[in-house]
Structures are given as structure tokens and as C-alpha cells.
Design a protein. Sequence first.
Lengths: 573, 277
Amino acid sequence: MARDVRSTDGVLLRVYESGTRGAPTVVCVHGYPDDHTLWDGVAAELAPRYHLVRYDVRGAGESGKPRERRAYRLEQLAQDLATVINAVSPDRPVHLLAHDWGSIQVWHALSGPWLRGHVSSFTSISGPGLDYVASWWRARLHRPTPRALRELITQLASSWYIGAFQLPLLPELLWRAGLPQRALARKGYLSIPAVADGVSGVQLYRANMLAQLARPRPQPVDVPVQVLAPRRDPFVSRSLQTDIKRWVPHLALRELPGGHWLPRSHPHTVARCASELIDHAEGGREARPLRRARQTGLGRRRFADILVVITGAGSGIGRATALEFAEQGAEVVATDIQAQTAERTAQLASTLGPPASAYSVDVSDGSAVEKFAAVLLENHGIPDIVINNAGIGMAGPFFDTTVADWERIIDVNLWGVIHGCRVLGGLMVAGGAGGTIVNIASAAAYLPTRVLPAYATTKAAVLALSQCLRAELAEAGIGVVAICPGFVHTNIVSTARFVGLDAAAERTVKQRVTELYRRRNFTPERAARDIVRAIERNAALAPVTVEAKAGLLAARLTPGLVRALARTNVAPR
Amino acid sequence: MVSAGAADPADLAKFRELQQLAYAAAQSVAQTLEPGVTEQQAARRVRAYLLDRGVQDWFHTPFAWFGERTAFRGFRTPLQFFPTRRRLTEGMPFILDCAPVREGYVADIGYAGCLGTNRLYEQLMGDLAEYRALILTRVNDRVPLRQIYRDVDALIARQGYDNRHRVYPGRVIAHQVSRVRSRLPKVVAAGFGIRSIQTLVGDLIVERMHHRSPLWADGELSNHPATPGLWAVEPHIGFRDVGVKFEEILVVPEVGRAYWLDDDLPHVRRWHRALAA
């Protein structure tokens, strides 16, 4: 439904309303060179739950395009916004969602008298308030530390066009020649802006930039604000739009994968983030990702408000990693094929950190993992870290390994990881907020040995999968980390299968191997600490123990030696 | 000589009386512990309490461990068992461990407590109950001590903790005690009374000849069912920076079933209360 609203200076603004009447109102303000269609995807996502209002800012789309520069001053744009809000929701405060120049307008409007009492929350994407921008520049020029200089130069390199827009006539000519359109297409702009919009919008820069930057008057903003900062924004550097805690006490910051036009490229993510803030401002429970996004500074635990899912968490490295994460403040979801052991892990994790939960999941069963994912999403939300740890051991000669043995170990060790990546990783991709997938491989992945043909095969596959997936998911902001532990003293030996041996011989061998692991005495807790560090630095491949590290080096430097050693039968008899 | 004390009810009563006294010492000192007190001060208080009540000698002098030292974190040498100037703070777990000798009777007890509240400590103390039941059942099943040690390890792994008694000299979870009948002077060397050590060494030699050991660990020498006599059993479990233990005497008679010398002990009462609640 579209209608025209007359602003204070007589310019008509085209306003589009959709969604649910009576629900909280969300007013979306687009930037330059866009029009209200920027929000199409986001609006479709939000429509079932909110009353959506989009409008064409003056100079864009179907709204009036006054010629004089004065008409584009921020005071007038703030006046426009107030007029629209008054028209669509005169009695109830609204939630604002704005991008680029839209955000700049909102910041300005919030710092003056225009919207007092009419706004409940504000989600800003890639549009820093100009008063804050000016302070940002001054602070860095005033104390030009190396870091400050780097930030200044980076931002200058992406802001040169603002200077160019101050020149007379040239920008208009360029727009008519189609050059900015081509440049924008290269920067990931997903629709072709109208020439008329491009031309009138130049006035935004001419009317405001120099005036605002020369006389910054940063004002405190006391409504809840969240800033969505895309990691690959070519125009607005991260610190330029996030370094505002001083003026905005209720601030949540989220860095998201993606470029400048997040509302177009990631409508689902923008809608989810916006609705989390809106719902909280409306008195609902604060969603975990929003809680994390609120800066709470010192005293905050490293993984506070991070959701970590760990498979095979009932024992060994899985349990130790769950506990390590819990101790660092993460919310842990422990899964294991044995419910009791997962529950025990969750119980211990809860004594160290926030309440943890346990689920019984057979990772080799794709549909079971899918069912679990649905429950996870419902009860806990989108995971930030998924650790595919569940695995079993198998040793013995190739020709003693039966087809059933092969199927069993491939089902757990490889299919388990595939399902974990596919289903749980899929949640992260859909969520659009990035994350980390951790696959527990093994040093056997790169150290061949005649003793472990089946096990090494599955682990090599896990390593290969991790590395391919890492390449594919990089653009989604999801890191994929392969961990290669080495000899860590867990129950892997006692639960492993030693093919080609009768029960008594298998028991004896297990005892001897267990004794070797015990003497090696590398605890799962140490491995867990290394895994957490590897996740923090987003390592592609992280060997844990000394032998795993030395083995990796040997495999790279002297593969012939490694192959020769593979022939020795190191298994105790 | 090993089992001499076990059979005689009068002797057992004496052992029980001294064990009660040792636990009373630990408990009453525990109640006096305040923030800022050091391990050395706590150990001295236990010592004074017992000397006031007729204790003449020590199997080992009182130990006190505070904070992460209850889980023996970072212990490299036996010297680290001795009380330090570590100070107690609110919410900190502690263990008092003493082994007094009176009229030749020996007690060896361990009391785990906490100043104020600590979730980990509560969890661990609750879980410790299972070990007391498990050890008694398995001893009565005539399972070799080495296997029981491994069963205990398996329970520790299942519960998600780690074995801290393996830090004790010889990795022992228990050792035999018997009446000290030595003529050596009452000298304490390196924290251990030499008369008690003489008794233990005597036991070691005798048992060694039978290819057994008065020390209960997970080695080949413990590959036999419990020998008759008195065993001071001390499962010690740890999680993160908290360790808890109990230590009390298990009676293994020549004939019949083994039993704990006394059930009226602070940790046992605690578990009964928890069950009743």
C-alpha cells in the first residue's frame, strides 16, 4: 500500500506500508543510491510479525526531487522522518532500521528534538552518524598512533568519492555516463540505480558533509541501538561505525560476513538481527546473539553468550572441550550416542559455566542429526561453533577388516562429520552470522601406517573435507578447523575395534595400548585447551601433541621416510 | 603382625575411637578456619587439638591443602604436600589430613571442606559417595586390588573427574595400618613418624615375601584380593581446581565380609542427610 506524505517544506514523500496491522511498527530508511526497494527482502521476512513502513527518501524513487541543495540538509531529512513516523504511527513509538545515508539521517534525527519519545530502537547498517565520524577523524589525527594512522588511511582510500562529489557538475556527468553504476556493480551492488536518483542524491553529500564534519556536535543517543557492521564493506570501515560507545550507552555491535549492501545480499540475517533487538525493546527476552553483541567490556568471559555444539561429548576430548568452553562462558550443547554420558557432561559444564544441555544423537544417522538440528534451533538458536568430535577407533590389517567393519567406521567417522557439517553447518550458513566448524581428524590423516588402514582412511577424508569446506565457506564467514590430536589419553582405545584378533587377544592388546597412552599422559584437558586456541586463531590444520606436530613436519619434508615408517608394525602384541 | 589388630574387638574399638578423635579434630578446626588463615596455621591447629587429647606420635604430621592444592595441581615433588603459607579465601575448598598415633593405635583420616559455598566442591562431595560403596562391594567380591583401582579409575572417568590419589607416593589409593609396637624414639622425619614407618616397612618386607603389598596401587604387586587387616582407604578425586577425598579405615577380617570401621563420620552423615532430603 503506497501513499504520499507531505513534508514540512512541501516535498511529497512516497510511503509504502505492509505487514501486520497492530504489530510494532518498523520504519526502514534506505541510503544512497537506493530507494525503498532496498528493503524488499528484509520486509518480506519481517512482514508476518511487524507493521513495515518503507519510504523513498527525498531525491530517490517516487518521492519529490527538489533541486536546491538546501532541501537536502540533514535537519530537513530528520524532519521528513519525523513526518513519516507521525503519519504511520502517531501514538506508538516505532523501531528504526536504516542503511547508509538512511542511517546518517537517523543518527542526526536522534541527536535532535525531532523524534523524542517516538523511537524504541534503532538498527543501523553501514551508516555512521556524521558527528561521530568527525570525532573519529579528530581523535585519530590528534593521537596518530600507527594503528590510528592505518585506520585513517584505509578510510581515506574508501572515502575519496565523497570529495569528488563536492565538485560541481562532474558527478552529474559521470552518472549520466554510467560510470558510478559500473563501479558499484564491481563493489557488489545488486541492482542498477536510476540515473535521476544518483544525480539528486549527490546533493546529500554537498549539503551536509563539509558542514557537519567541520562542526561536529556529537550528542548522546539513549534508545537501544545495534550496529550491523559488514566485514567487507568497501566504504565504511568497521571502527568508523562501531567506535561510538561513548555516546550510545545501549549499544550492541555485530560484525557480519558480507559487503556494504547487507539488506540486499543478506536479507534474512538483517531481518533476524533487527527482530532480535525489536523484540527485546518490546519487552521480550534478550536473544543470546544480541546479548553477546552488547559490549560489556572487561570481566566478560572469552566465549560468553556463544553457543557451542559438540558431538561425542560424553567422554574424552569431546567432554574436555565442552568443559573448557563452559569454563570460558559458552553455552554448551553436548551430544553423544549415549544419553547418560552427554548428560553428565552437561551437568559438569553447568557447574563451570551457564546452563548446558545434553542430547542423545547418533551422528551416523543423517535424519537423526536433522531432527536434532530442528530441536537445537528451536531451543537454543543458531550455533556459533560446531565441533564434530564423535568418532571410533579401529586397528588391524586391511584383509582382516570386514565390509561391516568398514561400513561401521565410515558411518561414524566420515558420515558423522559430513552430517555435522551439512546439517549443523547448514544452520550457520542460513543464519548468516558466520561461525566455526571444527572437525576432529587425527595425525593418522597424514601419517600412513599399516596398523590403522580403516581409521586413517576415514580421518584423511575428514581432513580433506575440512580443507575443501574451509575454502567454500570462507565467504560466508565460517571458518573450518581440522584438529589432529595424536596420542591423547581417552577411552578411544577401550572402545576401539582391533580386527583379526579373538576376544582375549583383543583385550590384552587393548590393555597394552591403553598403558602406552597412559604413559604418554597427554590429557584430554590439554588437548581441549589447544583446540580452543586453534578455534580462536581459525587455524586450518591444528596438530595437538608433539608427535602430531613432528609427524606433520615429517610428512611434508620427508614423505619417503614417513612411508618407510608406515611399514613397521608398531602395534603391541 | 599385620592382621593382629583386626581380629580383636577391643583393639578395633580403640582404632575407631582414635579415628573419631581425628575426624573431630579436623571438623572442629574446619569450623575455626577464617579467610586469611594459612595452611601452616590450620595444620598447627589440628596438631594442637590432637596433642591436647593424648596423641603421642604421628604416622604422618597433619597436612592442610587449600584451593587448587586440594587437587594437587602443579605438584612435582613430595615436599609440596607440606603445608604452605597459602591463605584461605571465601569459597575456597580445603582438605585437612592427619594420622595420629595414640597408645600404638593409628588413625589416618582426610576431611574435605569448603569455606562458604562452592558449586564444584558440592558436586564432587556428592559424587564421592559412590566410591565408598564401590570399594566395599569389590573388596567383598574378592576382586584383586589392582582391578578395583582400575574400576575406581573407570568411575572417575565416567564422572568426568581425574584421579588425584595417583599423586601420592606410589600412586596409592590405600595403605595398610596396624598397631605400632616399636621401641624407636618418637621422632618425626620429613613429616612421617619413624616408628610408624618402621611398622610399614616391616609390613612391606613381609608382604613382599608373599608377593603382596601393604600399599594398594595399580601395579603388579597389587594383583591380589585384599589381605586381612586394616586398610586406610583414600580415594581422592579432582575436577579443575577442586579436589576432595575421604580417608578412613576398612576392616578386612580373616573370615567374613569386609566393612568400614565406622559409619558415623562427617562425609557419611552428609550423604545420609542428602539422601533423606
